[in-house]
Design a protein around this ligand. Structure first.
Ligand SMILES: *[C@@H]1O[C@H](CO)[C@@H](O)[C@H](O)[C@H]1NC(C)=O
Ligand SMILES: *[C@@H]1O[C@H](CO)[C@@H](O)[C@H](O)[C@H]1NC(C)=O
Ligand SMILES: *[C@@H]1O[C@H](CO)[C@@H](O)[C@H](O)[C@H]1NC(C)=O
Ligand SMILES: *[C@@H]1O[C@H](CO)[C@@H](O)[C@H](O)[C@H]1NC(C)=O
Length: 608
């Protein structure tokens, strides 16, 4: 028996080694090619990088239509990545994923506040030494940042320890981060300063321009400049730094964002786009969303005001961008500077009857703007490859000519027209987004009903967004094991949850030419891999299921030869319990211990 096992282990060893070797080679290849390119163009300097990160900016509510200067300087002069997604639709987890290149299940920063999230959790996880600015300094950059870094980064804890990796920093700090007219910023090693009476985005613009001047005094090194305005996030007045989540109504006060006075009169007639899923007559979605009541006309009118305040608050960001480009042009920097524009997560107002907020898996919350301009980036192009926030740290390191880390959960986004074309070839680039969430959703507007509160608990789910040749799905499993599936090709507004018992009659008998259940089984197995994936497995999840490399996408996986493997053998995604954080024991079977790999339908240690 011993011998048999040994023999099996020996024969399977090369197989598994082969896989990791391939992955390593690919990784090494990427490193070498960017180093080589770098070496060849030694005369060319490493580029400067400016990263503008707004807070809660939507794509689907059309906010970008109201910022003509961003359109002029960035969109028209660069490439718009029309399928860009965040992986966790809330500020702190999303930002930590962005700056580390890792999914939230690998950072375990899953919330905005301790114990499961916030700046203290970021530090505790050892990430203050393992994130982008640190790597950029190692790659020879001077790094600057102003605005909001993370949540729970406060006037009390900003120095214990200081955020690492910045040559110059001027951070917005809690509890004044979202206080538009009484913000606190904290510069380098100085104590926090209160800006009572000044508009936070105008304060920020001057700090950003100041860091640009500072960077230009040290032209022996390229610079990275992060600019993170709080607009168009809600205005929040917080009265204490800690406290029980249950006391939220006493601790924080949400109001619509506050624009600068000069913008307060704009867009008097604009309302939230009245799409089919705006305050619909029938409930939609799953779980608590499906229990929401239709909003009253007063509620809708208030939310339209909330929406206008967001657009007005964004005007200051539009002006900041204009001021920034005036300086970049004036100093002749545009030939060697990349500018990224994105946000931490999206936003909904009224879709599916939701009050203003984020934290859901709907397109409004996860599908967000990403626009890039810079040398070699095509002007006015719209790219439709799937890209996510965990792809951004690798993208920036590649631009910097620095090594790509093997533990990244994403892959560099091609920025040139040629690179994008190559990525569009089947199997060249991932077509999925791993979406995950733990904890609560918050209502940021007014509370209109006693039975719909400020915080909605058990908002814990795993989801998969997948867009490929002929298909476009969102599939999710909630912590109470409710399931959700939208076929966005047929139902772009996600009004029909094909896995809800009430919608069963609407479910088609076949999708993509095969029975409905077949498709579900593949999506579930893919999510099973992704919900706990690490590194390259997050980028090439089909490889984990089919190490032979013959399955590159959903189409390939639908082959009937794999029916038994997916429909019968594979464990299903499920939860044992709803938790506020990433507690593995509550998250059902895990791929690493319970999943099967397709090798004659059996895992190698089951051949015995
Ligand atoms: C994530 O952090 C929480 C505490 O916030 C801890 O209880 C949990 O075990 C951690 N999960 C993993 C997978 O490390
Ligand atoms: C920025 O910080 C890095 C790392 O500490 C250092 O090597 C570099 O000299 C600094 N740049 C300036 C202009 O001080
Ligand atoms: C503004 O913030 C400061 C602390 O930074 C606080 O002392 C002051 O009371 C606040 N002012 C108002 C009007 O809330
Ligand atoms: C939340 O989930 C927990 C554990 O799964 C359950 O006991 C509780 O009843 C749920 N609460 C609500 C409000 O659904």
């Amino acid at each position: 028996m011993r011998l048999t096992v040994f023999a099996l282990a020996a024969t399977s060893l090369p197989l598994s080694l082969g896989l990791s070797q391939n992955a390593d080679q690919k990784l090494l290849g990427a490193e070498q090619s960017s180093f080589k390119e770098h070496g060849e163009k030694e005369a060319r300097r490493q580029p400067n990088i400016i990263f503008i990160l707004t807070d809660d900016q939507d794509f689907h509510l059309e906010s970008l239509k109201y910022t003509p200067l961003i359109e002029k300087h960035i969109t028209n002069q660069g490439t718009f990545f029309k399928r860009h997604y965040c992986t966790t639709a809330i500020c702190c987890p999303s930002r930590v994923s962005l700056w580390t290149g890792k999914q939230a299940h690998n950072t375990n920063v899953t919330d905005v506040n301790p114990p499961h999230g916030g700046y203290p959790k970021f530090v505790k996880q050892g990430l203050n030494e393992k994130y982008l600015p640190v790597w950029l300094q190692e790659a020879g950059y001077n790094t600057y940042y102003t605005g909001k870094l993370f949540n729970a980064h406060t006037v009390l804890n900003y120095h214990s320890p200081y955020a690492a990796g910045w040559n110059g920093s001027d951070f917005l700090l809690d509890p004044y981060t979202y206080n538009y007219l009484n913000s606190s910023y904290q510069r380098n090693r100085d104590p926090p300063v209160s800006y009572q009476g000044q508009h936070t985005v105008d304060v920020l613009a001057n700090k950003a321009y100041g860091f640009l001047d500072e960077a230009l005094q040290h032209q022996d090194r390229p610079f990275f400049l992060g600019i993170a305005p709080v607009a168009p996030h809600s205005n929040v007045e917080a009265f204490a730094l800690d406290g029980d989540v249950g006391d939220i109504e006493k601790l924080v006060h949400f109001t619509p964002p506050i624009p600068a006075k000069r913008h307060a009169h704009l867009f008097p007639d604009v309302v939230v786009p009245r799409t089919p899923h705006f305050n619909p007559d029938s409930p939609s979605g799953a779980n608590w969303v499906r229990k929401l009541h239709q909003q009253s006309s007063d509620n809708v009118a208030f939310n339209d005001h909330f929406y206008r305040q967001r657009l007005r608050a964004l005007q200051s960001v539009d002006e900041l961008v204009d001021g920034l480009f005036a300086r970049l042009e004036g100093k002749n920097l545009l030939d060697n500077t990349y500018v990224f524009y994105t946000t931490d997560n999206g936003y909904h107002i009224g879709q599916h009857r939701l009050q203003p907020g984020k934290e859901c898996g709907f397109e409004e919350d996860i599908h967000i703007p990403l626009i890039v301009r810079g040398p070699g980036v095509e002007k006015g192009k719209v790219a439709d490859i799937v890209t996510t926030h965990v792809d951004l740290a690798p993208t920036i390191l590649e631009l910097a000519g620095a090594p790509i880390r093997a533990d990244f959960d994403g892959e560099a986004i091609p920025l040139t027209g040629k690179g994008i074309e190559k990525a569009e070839v089947k199997g060249e680039r991932h077509e999925h987004v791993t979406v995950e969430f733990w904890g609560f959703a918050a209502t940021e507007g007014k509370l209109w009903r006693k039975d719909e509160g400020r915080l909605i608990l058990n908002n814990t789910y795993k989801a998969l967004r997948i867009v490929g040749d002929g298909y476009n799905f969102y599939y999710s499993v909630w912590c109470n094991n409710e399931h959700e599936l939208y076929d966005l090709k047929a139902d772009p507004y996600q009004l029909v949850n094909l896995l809800h018992p009430d919608e069963a009659a609407k479910a088609p008998s076949t999708i993509l030419g095969v029975p409905f259940a077949k498709v579900i089984s593949r999506l579930d197995s893919l999510l099973f891999v992704l919900k706990s994936c690490k590194g390259q497995t997050c980028v090439r999840p089909w490889q984990a299921l089919h190490p032979a490399g013959n399955v590159l996408n959903l189409h390939d996986a639908l082959t009937s030869r794999f029916d038994y493997f997916y429909e019968t053998q594979q464990k299903k995604v499920s939860f044992n319990k709803c938790e506020l954080g990433y507690i593995v024991e509550s998250e059902g079977p895990q791929f690493e211990t319970d999943g099967l790999v397709y090798r004659h339908g059996l895992r190698w240690d089951e051949w015995v």
